[in-house]
Design a binder for this molecule. Structure first.
Ligand SMILES: CC(C)(COP(=O)(O)OP(=O)(O)OC[C@H]1O[C@@H](n2cnc3c(N)ncnc32)[C@H](O)[C@@H]1OP(=O)(O)O)[C@@H](O)C(=O)NCCC(=O)NCCS
Length: 142
């Protein structure tokens, strides 16, 4: 298994990413145009885990942005195929995103969110040193 940053995406790789999106949400469909936009943007980075055949079996996205309070990053959509879980891929994906920030030599406040029902994810994030913060999360679709 190895973790890399995806910079281009073949149709086959897109289908593999589609499967990982459906792991995250049964109601959310991956779109090719959205993925291409992600890969073309400067502040967003898609990390993928591949098995021995090169098939993408895990992913996460790192989003970086600067606001008046400083440089921030969020780690989004950590997803590993059910049959590949428990082998350290989730941890390696999150670590790859953190390592990517570390080599910039700049300070980032890194955040992520996870529903309480996502038990494995919450244990993983806490075990990596993320601290829970008392806040309300609001969303709106426009
Ligand atoms: C969360 C997820 C990405 C973890 O991926 P994974 O490859 O299985 O995780 P790892 O093997 O790297 O496990 C890392 C740590 O997470 C915790 N963990 C993983 N699976 C767990 C489980 N089923 N129960 C409890 N803790 C678990 C452990 O602390 C583990 O460390 P350890 O192996 O040293 O004990 C994966 O379960 C997944 O894709 N879940 C569905 C999507 C999801 O919830 N994503 C998070 C969105 S916020």
């Amino acid at each position: 298994m190895n973790i890399t940053r995806l910079t281009t995406c073949s149709d086959e790789e897109f289908r593999q990413i589609e499967a990982l999106v459906s792991v995250l949400s049964s109601s959310c469909l991956a779109e090719r145009a959205t993925l291409d936009e992600l890969l073309s943007q400067e502040g967003t980075h898609l990390f993928v885990a591949r098995d021995e055949d090169g098939t993408i079996v895990g992913m996460t996205t790192l989003c970086c942005f600067t606001i008046p309070t400083g440089r921030h990053a969020t780690i989004e959509d950590v997803s590993v195929l059910p049959e590949c879980r428990g082998r350290g891929l989730g941890r390696q994906l999150v670590q790859a995103a953190l390592d990517y920030l570390a080599v910039t030599g700049r300070h980032y406040r890194v955040g992520l969110t996870s529903r309480p029902s996502r038990v494995a994810a919450n244990i993983l994030y806490r075990s990596m040193g993320f601290k829970s913060k008392e806040t309300n999360v609001y969303t709106m679709d426009i």
